[in-house]
Design a protein around this ligand. Structure first.
Ligand SMILES: [Zn+2]
Length: 300
């Protein structure tokens, strides 16, 4: 009996040993698989982190480059502004006259160009979209400045809102480029920036436009010497000359005249106007982006 019991315990202990060995082996294998899975996850996380880091480094390099470019462009802009200021200071004490002709081109344009050539003078033409647009090229070819006035010159259309104004302006800009090859950013508002007629179509429109044209890179010019040639359809030449004499005086004189077809007396008065201003010590220049523009007080 005792022998049987002993054999039984031997078999039982052998069985327990085998079962335990198998059990441990299974647990060990499971743990290893989990470990491998974790290792794979870690490896993939580390790879994605590395990628993000690389992207960040690249972005940082791009940012540094952009900052360098900005600094150098800013230095260039500052130098340019300082050159402009120096030039303006140099010109501040000189008597300079800017003759400007609005509302052309017309049949009078070639006559005006002939007179300017005779006196070897450069002037500025703020053109519109109708009339003898073929003469735009003659203006540019003769070395004068061309500026934008308005395609339609219709206050009820252009001054109803900002969008309408810029649509009209773009149409004229395209026409000038097509006729002359020049893209101009010189500008004169119909009626000047001080006009109050625009109030009828949109309150505050001139305040808005004066800001937005400059934001878009245009420079607008008003005048400080009115020839009064637009006071009626055809003003006698003597009155135009007297008007100039009354208002000429400021060192920098921007003279408003008109190049519309009806303004035959402007052509007639022009030689006397030029000679009078020359006697007063003025030299003549065309307008450009460096000239400090004369601006009216805005009333709408
Ligand atoms: Zn006009």
């Amino acid at each position: 009996m005792a022998k049987k019991i002993t054999v039984f315990f031997i078999i039982l202990s052998a069985f327990i040993t085998i079962a335990a060995t198998i059990g441990f082996a299974v647990i060990k294998q499971n743990n290893q698989q989990q470990l491998l899975g974790l290792q794979r996850q870690l490896a993939s996380m580390s790879e994605s982190l590395q990628q993000q880091q690389d992207e960040l480094i690249q972005q940082q390099q791009q940012l540094e480059q952009a900052q360098q470019n900005y600094e150098s462009e800013k230095q260039r802009a500052d130098r340019l502004q300082s050159d402009i200021d120096t030039l303006r200071e140099k010109n501040a004490d000189k008597k300079i006259c800017f003759l400007t002709f609005d509302d052309g081109p017309s049949k009078n344009t070639p006559k005006i160009l002939d007179i300017l050539q005779r006196y070897n003078i450069k002037a500025t033409f703020f053109v519109i979209g109708r009339g003898e647009t073929k003469y735009m090229k003659n203006i540019v070819d003769a070395g004068h400045a061309i500026g934008l006035h308005s395609y339609t010159h219709d206050f009820s259309q252009i001054y109803q809102n900002e969008t309408a104004y810029f649509e009209d302006l773009q149409k004229l800009s395209d026409l000038v480029r097509e006729k002359t090859g020049v893209t101009t950013t010189l500008l004169r508002f119909p009626g000047g920036s001080s006009n109050i007629a625009s109030k009828k179509y949109c309150s505050g429109i001139m305040t808005t436009l004066a800001k937005s044209v400059e934001q878009k890179g245009y420079t607008y010019f008003d005048w400080n010497c009115d020839s009064h040639d637009a006071d009626s359809t055809t003003v006698p030449a003597s009155e135009i000359i007297n008007g100039i004499k009354r208002e000429a005086g400021p060192k920098h004189l921007t003279v408003l005249m008109h190049d519309a077809g009806t303004k035959t007396s402007t052509v007639e008065a022009l030689p006397a106007v030029i000679e009078y201003l020359q006697q007063q010590g003025y030299s003549f220049q065309k307008l450009n982006k460096i000239v400090k523009p004369y601006h009216h007080r805005i009333n709408n």
